[in-house]
Each structure stands twice: as structure tokens, then as C-alpha cells.
Write a protein that binds this ligand. Structure first.
Ligand code: CDP
Length: 781
């Protein structure tokens, strides 16, 4: 692949190469694992081999004899210190830090060992003797629903049911479905999967001589960590300094606070030495935030012309042992209400019931706005099933039911106000780009020869940019975001934001926004994130919220600087402020281009000759978005399926995205390529499986597969631009779009390939053996 890049100075829409890449490409990134402090200890965690068992005894004597081991702590020690439990992110449940009384999932944290080296800590962990009495295991939400075994007797409600959430009009939906000319119903499971960032989670906890905690951690939301640590430990917030250095991928997995972090802080406090805890790949896959695991019963109705009449979705959600889903308080099922997708559905009802099971906790927003991926998959799969039932081309069914351009801002029956979109235009562009008519002809010819070939669509809409403070919070903290910009005397500057890049390229795109607004060189706008001592308070980076929220804060702060710069320009040009205008990235006297000053000149004057104005050139903005943004796209997958082996080859894949104004097309393409690769992995390779005893069967990368360049298809991309009307630069988020939109396109394509055999639905992941079995069973019918 060749990367076409440009280096234009001004700056939105330019394919500027990522400023951070030389550092990463030369191995100069600074990750938590790189942090070495004098006298540092290492922690290792003892984990349960059982999914559900009573803890009879923990014997630490042998572990303490291992050379290098200095201490072991258990749940009882933490409980005595008032630190036995940790609040989960939305504050509706709590999670054991180290097991107290019993274990609730395999690989649960049982004890923490501190030692002079990582090897000694691991040896010590092996030497801890734990006696368990096995208990009956609840391995799925349908068994949990029976309440025959109550998993969480610590809770007031003696049931495995966590919550019921619903939205829409139940009765009107039932009536509309009954009166529909056509109805389809399908159980659709979005399997449990895992973000599996290349760098697993970890931290270093260090109390300095003044008793101040410096906490280096792989966190997507460092400020929230600081507040949570203060609330949980009672350490005053000014005595806590959280630093998220470079992070090697997060994808939602680095949003929650994990038990290992608490153990490291407790160890550092108790032992008076810095403590590092870095989890292994297996620990990451088995105990940190999983994603999805929604069993969705989806029903769609249509009239005789294929116009949608109603949508009903009823979901059983498997939340594992603790309700640690990273959702805003008011939205226990996240943004699942966007399940009507891109379609003008007249009436709908969606409900979610969540259950405890003996599995790892999570339900995090894996490259996803809080369950929007599950919602998008459900509607996009159901549209194909409906198209099959009514005998329509899935493209025509979609086109007929799209929300029309003139309907925006569009209020969906489930409560969202979609900001902008032109779905027909994006679909038409994609059809043209891929050559749909030729593909249909080719498919007919192949089918006539008995070959299995499929074309799959996903015309998804998502909702990103959490969020407006009247609805969105984490632990009660409103989900605004922030930016502080300082322009130095020479016209260079620094932007600090409340977000935290984990590879998304903020060091480049934030500089581009400032450059565009102020006419400065983006190469000399430094971007800093992730240090709570210096960055303004923000809610962090996940759910594609950075551009919609912090991006808006940066543009707004830059505009404040421009307002002040205008006053200084008037002083320098010796005219009234009203006679000055901003044209071509400089201030000039209205109508007199020869009399102008650049922002660089103004910056110097701000510190040397500000006239009647306050010296300095800086501004801060806390941005509370008036609405979410609604990016969307048309994705098309073309697959060939080998009838004999079940192997699926993705021959072509086109993603045409619309994320409003594009800051950096090169970075957006990178985001799309990466997200499509993850969507491909979910569709074809990945599932965190458990057996009936609650044993996790995918504990490393030989069982939980990551696509390499050999498996990954070639990605074709395109875009349309429909700006967000409420965002200062019209940008919507994009990072999660390919992960949200692509699984349905892949599955729709494979089902389309198998449709001549009568196959109407298959559950992900579409492994070779699953597809092979589906073909063999279909042939038997
Ligand atoms: O929150 P997160 O950074 O994961 O997601 P995002 O806001 O969608 O941004 C991902 C990357 O794409 C960032 O570097 C953005 O600035 C960039 N982007 C862009 O260049 N233009 C857009 N309209 C949206 C995102």
C-alpha cells in the first residue's frame, strides 16, 4: 500500500502524515511497561481455576518463602482496609477486587503477590495454595433467568436478573406487527468477543516522599481514574497524579478500573515502594472487559410494498459475574435504542434484560458507542431476512425505507434526533464505485455454474459523541470534554485536551484543527494528553467521542484565541476592531489586503506589544455538546464460498463512510482499515467461548485469532461529506464506524452466497467448519 500524504500548512482536509509516527516507528514510544522506578516491586495475581466455587482457605506461607517475594494480600486484607469492593463504571454494581467468600468466574483475582522481580512474583503466585469447593455453574443468561442458582447473594435482590430496560411503544408495536402483510422473526446472537489490544493493561503505582500518588496506567480516561481513585481510597484528589503515557490500543478495554490497579496502589502504600503490575495476554483475554454477548430476538414487519411497519427487539444480555458494563448511568443498555438504524420505522419497541453468569465481567464499548454495534448488526441482518421474505433486492428494500435527506434533523421513534445525513447519496456512490450491476450479472453467471457467491450490504447509522450533559455521565460526572490552547510568542503552541489517544492520531488532528482556525503551522502545534496534572478535566477517548466533543472544544478554544488576536491585530494595524477582518488565514484591514498581520506576528505582539489588551494568547473551553453526531455508511462485501471446504474468501470490500467534515483523510482511512480488520475478525474468527463448567476456551492468540496480513482482505474506501450542523467544524466521529458497520455486511454476504441452499441466517463467527456444516445440512434438506 502506498500512503499519499500532503504537508500543506492550512489544514483541515489535508492528508498530513501522523506527527506521532516517527516516535512509534523508531521504537521510541513510552509505554507503562517502559517505566522503571528505583526500588520498584512487581505484582502478580493468583487467579481462580473455577468458574464458581466457595473459597475455603488461602495459604500464603509457601509463597512468602519464594526468594524475592515480599508480601501477599488477599480479599480479606482488602476488606479489612475497606477496599474489598470496587464500584463499577456506571456505579450500579460493585466488583470484588480480590475474591471474598467465593469466586464467580474462571481467572477471577484471588490474591496478589509482590516481589523484587516479575519472575519471582509469578513463582510466588504459583506457590499460593487455595482450597475451593466447586459450586454449580451458570454459563448462559437463559439458565441464569431460572434463578435456580443465585450467583450474587451479596446483593439485596436475590435474583440473577440485573435490570430490565425498555424504550418505545410496546402495545402499538405489537399491533402494527400483527397487522403487517409480512413479518419476520430471528434470534440473532452477537457473540462474546474481546478488544484484545496489542498492549495489555498495566500500571505503576508510586507514592513520592510527600505522600503523593503518581499512577502510570493504560487508561483511556485518566481524569475519571483520578476521581474514582480518590473516591475509593479516600486519598485527596490533589494527592493523585494519573499519567496515561503512550497506549498500544484500547478499543474500550482500557476504560474500566481493574482489580490489578487497586492491588498495585495498595501494595505501593503498604510496602512503601513503587509497584508495577502488567497483565499477561491470557489475563487480558480472560478477566478484562469483554464486549457484546447480546442474544437478540428481532422482529420486523412490512406492508405489501416492502415499507417497514414496525420493529421489535427483545434481548437477553450476558453480563458475567459483575455488572461492569461501561455505560452511562441513564443508559444501562447504552445506545441500543438506535436499533431502528437508517430507516424510517413508524413504531418500535426495544427491551434488554441483563443477567449475571459465571463469566468474566465487562460489556464494554469495544470500538462502539455503548451497544450501538449490537443494535446495528440486529437491524442490518434483519433487513436482509425481510428482503428474502418479501422477495426484494436488499438494496431496494433499504432504499425504500431510508430516512430521506429532507427529514433531517430526524426524530426516531426510539428517541434520538439524528443530526444530518443523505443515505441515498452515499448508497448510490457505493453502488457506482463497486459496479453493482456488473456484480449482479457476475453472480447470476456463477450461480448458474453452481458456485456459491454472495453480495452483502450494511447501510448503518450510528450515534457517537457522548455526550450532552443532560443525559450522559460516568459515575455522575457529566460527559463534556475540554481543551486548553496556549500560543507562544513565536507562533508555536500547545494544545492540551481531556481525551487520550491510543493510536488514533490526536497529536496530528488536534494540531490541524488549531492550524485551520488560527493560520499557524500544524507542525509547531504540540499536542499533549493523558496527564491529569496538566490536561484540563475530560472524560477521555472511547466511543468515537474525541472529535465530536474534544474536537469541538479545540475549535471553540481556538476561536476564542482568534477573537483576542483580532483586538491585538486592530492595535497593530492602528484601526478599530470593527475595521479588521479574518481573510486567508490572516487579519487585514477590511478591503485593504496590503495592510494585514499574520497570527505569528500577533502572537509575538501578544507578549511584546499587546497595546491596551491583556498580554498572552491562550484559551480554554469545556464543551458540552448539544446533541450526538450520527455518522453512517454503506458497506458492501463480495464473497466466494468454497462448497467443499466451507472456506469464505472476501473477494472485495468497499466502505463508503460519511463522518461529516474530514479533518485528515489519511487518518480517517487508517481508522477505517483498522476497524474493518477488527470487524472481519469478529465476523469470521473471534469468539470468547465458555464450556458448561464456565471454562474459558480462548485464553491466548492461538485460540482467539487475530487476523494477519495474510487473512485480511484488501479494503476499498470512499466517502461522502454531510457535515454535522451543530459541531463547530461539522465533524462527526469515525473511529468505530467500520467495526460497527462491517460485521453485518460480511454475514449478509455469506448468507446471500448460501441463500440458493435455503440458508437464511448463520451466527458469527463464520468459521470454516460452521459454514461447511451449514452447507452439508442444507444439502440434506
Ligand atoms: O474518540 P476517537 O479518537 O477514538 O475517535 P474519532 O473521534 O472518530 O477520531 C479518530 C481519529 O480520526 C482522530 O484522529 C480524529 O481526529 C480523526 N477524524 C478525522 O480526521 N475526521 C473526522 N471527521 C473524524 C475523525
Amino acid at each position: 500500500m502506498t500512503i499519499e500524504a500532503t504537508t500543506e500548512r492550512h489544514s483541515l482536509g489535508h492528508r498530513m502524515k501522523r506527527k506521532e509516527d516517527p516516535r512509534f516507528l523508531q521504537g521510541q514510544g513510552r509505554y507503562v511497561e517502559d517505566i522503571m522506578l528505583p526500588g520498584m516491586l512487581h505484582a502478580a495475581i493468583v487467579r481462580s481455576p473455577y468458574a464458581h466455587a466457595t473459597l475455603r482457605n488461602i495459604d500464603t506461607a509457601e509463597a512468602l518463602k519464594v526468594p524475592g517475594v515480599v508480601a501477599v494480600i488477599t480479599g480479606k486484607d482488602l476488606e479489612a482496609a475497606g477496599l474489598g469492593w470496587l464500584p463499577t463504571f456506571h456505579g450500579l454494581d460493585k466488583q470484588m477486587v480480590l475474591a471474598i467468600g467465593k469466586v464467580l468466574f474462571q481467572y477471577q483475582e484471588v490474591a496478589a503477590v509482590f516481589a523484587e522481580s516479575r519472575a519471582a512474583a509469578l513463582d510466588g503466585a504459583e506457590a499460593v495454595e487455595v482450597e475451593y469447593d466447586a459450586l454449580p455453574v451458570v454459563a448462559d443468561p437463559f439458565t441464569a433467568k431460572q434463578d435456580e442458582v443465585i450467583l450474587r447473594p451479596d446483593r439485596e435482590k436475590k435474583t440473577n436478573h440485573i435490570y430490565h430496560w425498555e424504550v418505545g411503544d410496546r402495545d402499538a408495536t405489537a399491533k402494527a406487527l400483527e397487522g403487517s402483510a409480512t413479518r419476520v422473526k430471528q434470534r440473532i446472537w452477537f457473540q462474546r468477543c474481546h478488544p484484545a489490544p496489542l498492549e495489555p493493561c498495566g500500571c505503576v503505582a508510586h507514592f513520592d516522599t510527600m505522600g503523593r500518588l503518581h499512577f502510570y496506567v493504560t487508561s483511556q480516561a485518566p481524569h475519571v481514574y483520578r476521581t474514582a481513585l480518590a473516591l475509593v481510597t479516600g486519598i485527596p484528589e490533589d494527592k493523585i497524579h494519573v499519567i496515561s503515557p503512550d497506549i498500544g490500543g484500547g478499543f474500550g478495554n482500557k476504560v474500566p478500573v481493574y482489580p490489578g490497579y487497586v492491588c498495585a496502589v495498595v501494595g505501593a502504600l503498604k510496602l512503601g515502594r513503587p509497584v508495577k503490575w502488567i497483565e499477561s495476554r491470557t489475563e487480558n483475554l480472560t478477566s478484562t472487559g469483554f464486549a457484546r454477548d447480546y442474544h437478540m430476538d428481532v422482529e420486523l414487519g412490512a406492508d405489501g410494498d416492502g415499507r417497514l411497519t414496525a420493529l421489535r427487539v427483545s434481548t437477553a444480555a450476558d453480563h458475567g459475574a459483575f455488572d461492569a458494563a461501561a455505560d452511562p448511568t441513564k443508559y444501562p443498555a447504552g445506545m441500543f435504542g438506535v436499533v431502528t438504524g437508517s430507516y424510517d420505522v413508524p413504531v418500535a419497541h426495544a427491551e434488554v434484560d441483563a443477567y449475571f453468569t459465571n463469566k468474566a465481567p465487562g460489556g464494554i464499548a469495544y470500538r462502539c458507542s455503548f451497544r450501538v454495534t449490537e443494535a446495528s448488526y440486529a437491524i442490518e441482518r434483519a433487513m436482509d431476512i425481510l428482503a428474502d421474505e418479501v422477495g426484494m433486492d436488499p438494496v431496494e428494500l433499504r432504499r425504500k425505507n431510508f430516512i430521506r435527506k429532507e427529514q433531517f434533523p430526524y426524530k426516531s421513534v426510539l428517541g434520538f434526533t439524528y443530526d444530518s445525513g443523505d443515505y441515498h447519496k452515499t448508497l448510490d456512490k457505493a453502488l457506482e464505485q463497486i459496479g453493482y450491476q456488473d456484480l449482479l450479472k457476475e453472480q447470476a453467471e456463477k450461480r448458474a455454474r453452481g458456485e456459491l457467491t454472495g453480495i452483502g450490504f450494511s447501510t448503518f447509522t450510528e450515534v457517537v459523541g457522548a455526550g450532552p450533559s443532560k443525559h450522559f455521565d460516568i459515575l455522575g460526572i457529566k460527559m463534556f470534554d475540554s481543551a486548553e490552547i496556549r500560543i507562544h510568542p513565536t507562533g508555536a503552541g500547545i494544545v492540551r485536551a481531556g481525551t487520550k489517544s491510543q493510536g488514533q492520531g490526536h497529536e496530528t488532528t488536534w494540531a490541524q484543527i488549531v492550524a485551520e482556525e488560527l493560520g499557524l503551522d500544524p507542525q509547531n502545534i504540540m499536542v499533549e494528553e493523558g496527564d491529569t496534572d496538566t490536561a484540563p478535566y475530560g472524560l477521555g477517548t472511547y466511543a468515537s467521542r474525541s472529535t465530536p466533543v474534544a474536537g469541538a472544544a479545540i475549535a471553540t478554544a481556538a476561536r476564542r484565541i482568534r477573537e483576542k488576536a483580532k483586538k491585538i491585530a486592530a492595535h497593530l494595524l492602528e484601526v478599530g476592531e470593527g475595521d479588521v477582518e479574518w481573510t486567508d488565514y490572516r487579519f487585514q484591514v477590511k478591503g485593504v489586503p496590503a495592510k494585514s498581520v499574520t497570527m505569528k506576528e500577533i502572537a509575538f505582539a501578544a507578549y511584546t506589544n499587546p497595546g491596551p489588551n491583556e498580554p498572552g494568547l491562550e484559551a480554554t473551553n469545556y464543551y458540552d455538546p448539544p446533541n450526538m453526531t450520527f455518522p453512517y455508511g454503506t458497506y458492501i462485501a463480495v464473497v466466494d464460498v468454497d462448497r467443499e471446504t466451507g472456506e469464505v474468501k472476501v473477494r472485495r470490500f468497499l466502505a463508503v463512510d460519511d463522518c461529516g467534515t474530514v479533518i485528515n483523510p489519511l487518518i480517517v482511512e487508517g481508522q477505517i482499515h483498522g476497524g474493518l480488520t477488527e470487524g472481519f475478525a469478529i465476523a469470521f474468527m473471534q469468539e470468547i467461548q465458555y464450556d458448561r463448567e464456565g471454562n474459558n476456551l480462548n485464553t491466548n492468540f492461538t485460540d482467539y485469532l487475530i487476523p494477519t496480513s495474510l487473512e485480511t482482505p484488501h479494503w476499498e474506501t470512499g466517502n461522502t461529506v454531510t457535515p454535522s450542523p451543530h459541531h463547530p467544524i461539522g465533524a462527526k466521529g469515525v473511529g468505530e464506524s467500520p467495526n460497527v458497520g462491517s460485521p453485518a455486511a460480511f454475514v449478509n454476504a455469506v448468507v446471500d452466497a448460501l441463500s440458493p441452499l435455503g440458508v437464511r441466517h448463520l451466527e458469527m463467527p463464520l468459521t470454516r467448519d460452521k459454514v461447511w456444516r451449514a452447507i452439508r445440512e442444507a444439502e440434506k434438506r
